[in-house]
Design a protein around this ligand. Structure first.
Ligand code: HEM
Length: 329
């Protein structure tokens, strides 16, 4: 509000109606805490020898001789990654789970693909990704149908500009309507229908544009975490699909509890709370759940950007299980 009406910043916080100033004070402290408190924790874990390898421990080790100038930067990189990457990625994952619950035939098709390519003895990994086109299509279609940030993040024109017949004066707020682009029926056929197949590459067929082009923002401020977000989300959903069948939860009479595809109306669009059941697909799947992530972590991505940590934590979060640092799923 103050950005739009700069005079408001001179109103004292006790002035009737100026509650935004009191709120801003509380929120400012919360933002500072988000940066400072986890950083303090990491440093105390390092001191006590209990830290698990992650981007923060890597950075502190790598720049140990330049900490005077680098520590503030490292702390801010970690803080903004958490602030910008946590809820957005969770929203995408929860949307994929909603889709799998609501459309069991889509879930079955993805599992059939995984069974052929990966089999029941191990969890999927990035080497399998190219051979799992349908799982990729689910990731794309979820971003199209329910983008995590339907109106993106506002931009601001730094100089006078023209777009087609529109004059855009310097200082105009520009809202990129991601939702409208991704539901444009001239680009995406039947845009209100969840249809991963639309992104399946087949000879003689032209696929619509990848929603990733829009769902991570635009121009030079485009999301720098998009590759991590997409890799992380792909790995999560591929592993969940390989190991579980996800169905609607049952009430006390054994009837299925309906799941809606409605969403919150906030800047960040989460599915409305829903209940579902995760059932291991087989005894081997259950075994993989106990050992699979340890194997992936140790063998494939030792200590790289903390990705395995984030992934394991998210799986625990999604399943509503308490996450213990250092314990892999
Ligand atoms: C599904 C997950 C994610 C979505 C949908 C998403 C979406 C977005 C969008 C729409 C923007 C605004 C871009 C613009 O101004 O046009 C943005 C900015 C940003 N994102 Fe993401 N993001 C996700 C995950 C992440 C992750 C995992 C990280 C970091 C690890 C991250 C870091 C950032 C940062 C630092 C910015 C600000 C960039 C700037 O202003 O220059 N995001 N993101």
């Amino acid at each position: 509000m103050v950005d739009y009406f700069p005079l408001l910043k001179y109103i004292p916080s006790w002035f009737p109606g100026a509650t935004f100033k009191q709120k801003a004070k509380v929120w400012a402290q919360e933002v500072l805490d988000l940066n400072e408190l986890p950083w303090k924790d990491v440093k105390s874990f390092i001191a006590s020898g209990t830290a698990i390898p992650c981007i923060a421990t890597d950075g502190l080790e790598k720049f140990s001789s330049q900490l005077d100038e680098m520590e503030e930067i490292l702390k801010n990189v970690c803080g903004i990654s958490y602030a910008a990457g946590g809820d957005t990625t969770s929203a995408l994952l929860l949307n994929m789970v909603v889709a799998l619950v609501c459309y069991p035939e889509i879930q079955k098709k993805a599992q059939a693909e995984l069974d052929v390519v990966v089999g029941p003895e191990r969890l999927p990994d990035f080497n399998d990704r190219k051979r799992l086109p349908y799982v990729e299509c689910i990731l794309k279609e979820t971003q199209r149908m329910w983008p995590s940030l339907p109106l993106g993040v506002d931009h601001y024109s730094v100089s006078d500009d023209f777009y087609e017949e529109y004059f855009i004066p310097k200082g105009t707020t520009i809202v990129g309507n991601v939702w409208a682009i991704l539901h444009d029926k001239t680009i995406y056929n039947d845009p209100m229908i969840f249809k991963p197949e639309r992104f399946l590459e087949q000879s003689g067929k032209r696929c619509p544009p990848d929603p990733t082009l829009y769902s991570f923002g635009f121009g030079r401020r485009i999301c720098p975490g998009r590759y991590l977000a997409l890799d992380n989300s792909w790995m999560m959903i591929a592993c969940i699909l390989a190991a579980f069948t996800i169905e609607k939860a049952l009430d006390i009479n054994g009837n299925e509890i309906e799941v809606t595809t409605q969403h919150s109306n906030d800047a960040l669009s989460f599915p409305m709370p829903f209940r579902c059941r995760f059932t291991p697909r087989s005894p081997q799947a259950l075994n993989l759940l106990e050992t699979g992530f340890t194997v992936l972590w140790v063998k494939r991505w030792p200590n790289k950007f903390g990705i395995p940590n984030i992934r394991c934590q998210s799986v625990f979060f999604l399943l509503g299980l308490p996450y213990k640092p250092g314990v892999t799923f």
